[in-house]
Design a protein around this ligand. Structure first.
Ligand code: ADA
Length: 603
């Protein structure tokens, strides 16, 4: 089905000849609070659980920590090869096939596979252990102190792939020239021995050519030129499909690409050579009742809201996004900062080999999994890490190195909260600062704390401009915002009121208009999100991070109207289509002025 986005919204066939079965649905389920990590406890009297779903987002298991044991029997032709694809399992995943461990994953936000070796049996038993307990040794990238809830369960789709013993494992495309559609393609199979295979190449479902590929160590690369190339941009997010069919393996793989370039040029970001300004939000993958197993329908609804506000950008804070989310951003032309799981890492992590090894491997997987998505315009990691201390150097260096090695085509950065005390900003292609002037650090203040916003933004801009090592890099405010509790309205605008939060963003808007050299702004954050569990919740009213423009059900606060005004002013004519042309939800509610009156109700 062709739509004005050029293809079916949110999904496209990754295979035309390979048989792939969805295993989403209802699985047997039991829960064990004291099971040994990675060891399969007895199913016992089982219940059921939906897949995908966060079991600890359901009433029966809310806030409980332990092992969710999922079980399913599947029928497979005896003697044939198959494997399972998991989009996301949290937090420590162990997959057993017929009682034998077939795979483990230690990061909720990365897909992984589990092989089903040929068997004489037709019925195969799949057991998945989804352990949501924190463990520095078992799942070192997760930690309980992060300011967002981390869930347990099969949090993404599961698919059963039927293949021969040798199969295609990836197809990665690197853009050599967007305008004339020149690409370098790398195809990978799961056989490392040297071999020559014929490849039939299809572009946009039309046969293009036949190639004879020499595989070395399971990889073969070849140049490609897309006939009738159309450039990808936010205003025209045109996607091309590239499909490789290997007749000798009777296997195929299709991916999508968007012909675009993203570069930095002095203090500017450039998309397809044109100056690019970014205005948008930080977004957590979370919805009540689903946790981080957010249905794609909700992802689309969120993205349409961001677009309706006039934003052109989403920072996937603070972990890799699901491919279904990035597919939607590819189709809608919404730009994405994709980042590795991390939140205020410190010396304990930088000196922990298990953490550093886990972080390096996960970074590589994130890049390799998502390198084809044109919406991804920058990679990030180590959000607000202790980059004011020398001990951070090695971890930062190895993180930048591995990302740039795997993808030399995109800027790489990290979001710092250390301001002028940060020691490593010259490693970053884009300077990204998380700042909360007028919110944090005002405990002793007895006046209007909003007066701190403009000076803080100006000081940041002047400091980077004066610093020879930093002055020729794009500057972005990667987080800024204030809490506003949905429904708390008070024209005197006290802390935590919607009125204060909206006024805060209007002050940010005014301050940004004085600093045109700032290339990007990502408000913290899109929608309120459930956060810590335990004592730290004392810092978060109702246990949520309430800085959302919307509450957790995506009901707009007064801040949403202020954000829409900010995005429109910041992006000006370069704004995205449909951002302000259609009457945004929030502007409609305010009678089109964008300013909500006290008596307006959005409910
Ligand atoms: C930091 C952090 C966010 C969130 C924010 C806040 O900038 O990166 O995840 O915790 O502070 O709301 O305090």
């Amino acid at each position: 089905m062709k739509t004005r986005f050029g293809c079916a919204i949110g999904s496209y066939a990754r295979h035309e000849c390979r048989r792939v079965e969805p295993l989403d649905g209802v699985w047997e389920f039991t829960f064990h609070e004291r099971a040994e990590p990675g060891k399969c406890p007895p199913m016992g009297r089982s219940s059921v659980m939906a897949v995908p779903q966060a079991f600890d987002a359901t009433p029966a298991f809310r806030n409980r920590r332990g092992v969710g044991v999922y079980r399913k029997e599947i029928a497979i032709e005896p003697g044939t090869h198959a494997h399972l694809e998991f989009e996301s399992v949290g937090m420590l995943a162990t997959v057993l096939v017929d009682g034998e461990v077939a795979a483990q994953s230690r990061c909720s936000y990365l897909p992984f596979e589990a092989a089903l070796p040929p068997s004489t049996a037709r019925i195969r038993e799949i057991v998945v252990l989804a352990d949501n307990r924190f463990s520095e040794s078992e799942a070192p990238l997760h930690a309980p102190y992060y300011d967002f809830r981390q869930y347990g369960g099969i949090l993404g789709s599961v698919r059963l792939h039927h293949t021969g013993p040798t199969r295609l494992t990836s197809l990665r495309l690197q853009i050599e020239s967007a305008d004339d559609g020149r690409l370098c393609a790398e195809v990978e199979i799961n056989d490392r021995s040297p071999r020559r295979l014929t490849a039939n190449i299809f572009i946009d479902s039309v046969p293009l050519t036949e190639k004879h590929l020499e595989f070395r160590d399971g990889r073969a690369t070849f140049p490609l030129r897309i006939p009738n190339p159309r450039v990808w941009s936010p205003r025209s997010p045109h996607l091309h499909t590239v499909r490789v069919f290997l007749p000798e393996l009777q296997d195929d793989l299709q991916v999508r690409t968007g012909l675009r370039t993203i570069t930095t040029d002095g203090g500017a970001l450039r998309l397809n050579g044109e100056p690019l300004r970014l205005a948008g939000v930080n977004r957590h993958e979370n919805f009540p009742g689903f946790g981080s197993a957010v249905p794609q329908a909700q992802m689309l609804s969120d993205l349409m809201l961001i677009r309706e506000l006039g934003g052109n950008f989403v920072r996937g804070s603070h972990y890799p996004q699901k491919s279904g989310f990035l597919d939607l951003c590819d189709e809608l032309g919404i730009l994405v900062w994709e980042e590795m799981l991390g939140w205020q890492q410190d010396v304990r992590h930088f000196t922990n080999p298990a953490y550093r090894d886990g972080h390096r491997k996960a970074l590589a997987e994130m890049v390799l999994n998502h390198v084809n998505h044109p919406c991804v315009i920058m990679w990030g990691f180590l959000n607000e890490a202790a980059t004011e201390v020398e001990e951070a150097r090695a971890t930062l260096e190895e993180s930048f190195e591995i990302v740039r090695l795997l993808d030399p085509t995109r800027p790489v950065t990290y979001a710092t909260c250390k301001g002028e005390n940060d020691r490593f900003l010259e490693m970053a292609d884009v300077l990204c600062f998380n700042i909360y002037p007028g919110w944090y650090g005002c405990e002793e203040d007895d006046g209007n704390t909003l007066r701190h916003i403009a000076p803080a933004i100006r000081a940041l801009s002047r400091w980077t401009a004066r610093n020879p090592a930093l002055k020729d890099r794009p500057l972005m405010i990667s987080e800024i915002g204030a809490e506003g509790i949905y429904g708390l309205r008070d024209a005197s605008a006290p802390f935590y009121s919607e009125d204060f939060q909206a006024e805060y963003l209007r002050e940010v808007d005014r301050a940004l208009s004085e600093c045109p050299e700032i290339s990007g702004i990502a408000l913290w954050h899109f929608a309120d999100v459930l956060t810590f569990a335990g004592g730290r919740n004392i810092k978060r009213p109702r246990g949520f991070n309430n800085k959302g423009l919307f509450n957790e059900y995506r009901q707009p606060k007064l801040a949403a109207a202020a954000a829409a005004e900010l995005f429109q002013r910041f992006l000006g004519e370069s704004g995205v289509p449909g951002g302000r042309e259609e009457k945004p939800l929030v502007a409609r509610a305010a009678g089109g002025t964008g300013q909500l009156s006290a008596c307006d109700t959005l409910r």
